[in-house]
Design a protein around this ligand. Structure first.
Ligand SMILES: *Cc1c(COP(=O)(O)O)cnc(C)c1O
Length: 396
């Protein structure tokens, strides 16, 4: 047993000369270099390669490149979650004594980052209504260093005045970061309209199967881009190779999934609006949507896969609807399967009744992330669920 073959030291990888068609999963945390000179060349960027997976690894690079090309971006970084991408982008651009202006209906944890964590480091945030660019502009101060908005609000599906917000940012010299998770680059490419930073929860529509948690951030300015990457590496916000490998697989079918989910969403929105007991339906391309004109200007015929609707009957009816055995009642979005969420008991439970009422989020308010199922099945499931909710009104 003295052949010199020591598999613990140099683990076997019999790749031969054949090239795998599918991307290999590179779980290695660390990459060996031949010499100090070679390592130097890697760290300084003269040579391409890897050192330590928190600093970067092949599976993350593949996913970053795919999303870069979807967004028309360069040098984006993939992070361990969408929140990691939001946090890295904010921390890379704002310092103590400075200020952020943000949409008042951002993703719940983004709001929490701004309102509970940043103040601990001497950074203030002002929330403003992104459907009114004037209110965003009015919130800008001399020390404002970032405007952070989402294009479609959660859960009320309002459409932000993106052109007005970009103009306000430009006039004041403040970069605009866009969380493009709901719209996706299939419906809207923020860099083409004036965004300085684009972030994603890749966990949602881009990966698309609720089995990988990842984020993405890219910046137009190479210096900002490098600071975001450095924030992610320093704070340990970088992703697992396995999640990247899963997300890559999801990304290959992103366009197909999104198109199908979107056409389902448009058809389901119309179907819901005709069901007895449904008070209102919110979907960007519907003629009764409050931001219909702006949605058309911004997204064309694309309305995305998210819709919301409201039924009569309060919490009791909501319990019957969610319990009717239709779509998964789960607080996420962007899965291949349709999911239903109830903001009053989940994402918006921390608000007072009055605050929820001001947003139009009642106990009968549901958000639907429409998936790629057969539309006939979806319509019939929702018909049954709404009938169960409304029909049981006198027993609940
Ligand atoms: C889910 C989500 C996030 C956070 O992403 P995670 O991957 O869950 O960390 C950020 N923004 C929006 C709009 C989201 O929907």
């Amino acid at each position: 047993m003295t052949s010199g073959f020591n598999p613990i030291r140099r683990r076997p990888w019999p790749a031969g000369d054949s090239r795998p068609v599918a991307t290999p999963l590179s779980a290695s945390v660390v990459y060996a270099a031949e010499t100090p000179d070679a390592l130097d060349a890697l760290y300084s960027g003269r040579d391409a390669g890897w050192t330590y997976s928190r600093e970067g690894h092949p599976n993350a690079a593949v996913v970053a490149g795919m999303i870069d090309s979807l967004e028309g971006a360069e040098g984006g970084v993939v992070t361990g979650s969408g929140m990691a991408a939001v946090a890295a982008s904010v921390l890379a651009t704002v310092s103590t004594g400075e200020h952020v202006v943000a949409g008042d209906q951002l993703y719940g944890r983004s709001l929490r980052l701004l309102s509970e964590w940043l103040p601990r480091f001497g950074i203030e945030a002002t929330l403003a209504d992104p459907t009114d660019a004037g209110s965003i502009a009015a919130a800008i101060r001399p020390e404002t260093r970032l405007i952070l908005v989402e294009v479609i609000s959660n859960p009320t599906i309002r459409v932000a005045d993106m052109e007005g917000i970009f103009a306000a940012g430009k006039k004041a010299g403040v970069p605009v970061a866009v969380d493009n998770t709901f719209t996706t680059p299939a419906a809207y490419r923020p860099f083409e309209h004036g965004a300085d930073i684009v972030v994603h929860s890749v966990t949602k529509l881009l990966a698309g199967h609720s089995d990988a948690m990842l984020g993405y951030a890219a910046a137009r300015d190479p210096e900002v881009r490098a600071r975001i990457a450095d924030a992610a590496v320093t704070m340990g916000l970088t992703p697992s190779p396995f999640d990247c490998w899963m997300a890559e697989r999801g990304l290959y079918s992103f366009d197909l999934r999104f198109a199908k989910a979107e056409s389902n969403a448009a058809a389901l929105a119309d179907h819901l609006s005709g069901l007895p007991g449904v008070i209102r339906v919110l979907y960007p391309t519907r003629p009764d949507h409050p931001d219909r004109g702006r949605a058309a200007a911004l997204l064309g015929s694309r309305g995305g896969n998210m819709l919301s609707f409201e039924i009569a009957g309060g919490r009791a009816a909501a319990n019957r609807l969610a319990g009717a055995g239709g779509p998964a009642f789960a607080p996420t979005l962007g899965d291949v399967g349709t999911t239903l969420s109830h903001p009053a008991s989940s994402s918006h439970r921390g608000l007072t009744d009055g605050e929820r009422a001001a947003m139009g989020v009642s106990e009968g308010f549901f958000r639907v992330s429409v998936g790629i199922e057969d539309i006939g099945v979806l319509k019939s499931e929702f018909t049954t669920a709404v009938a169960a909710a409304v029909g049981g009104a006198d027993t609940g």
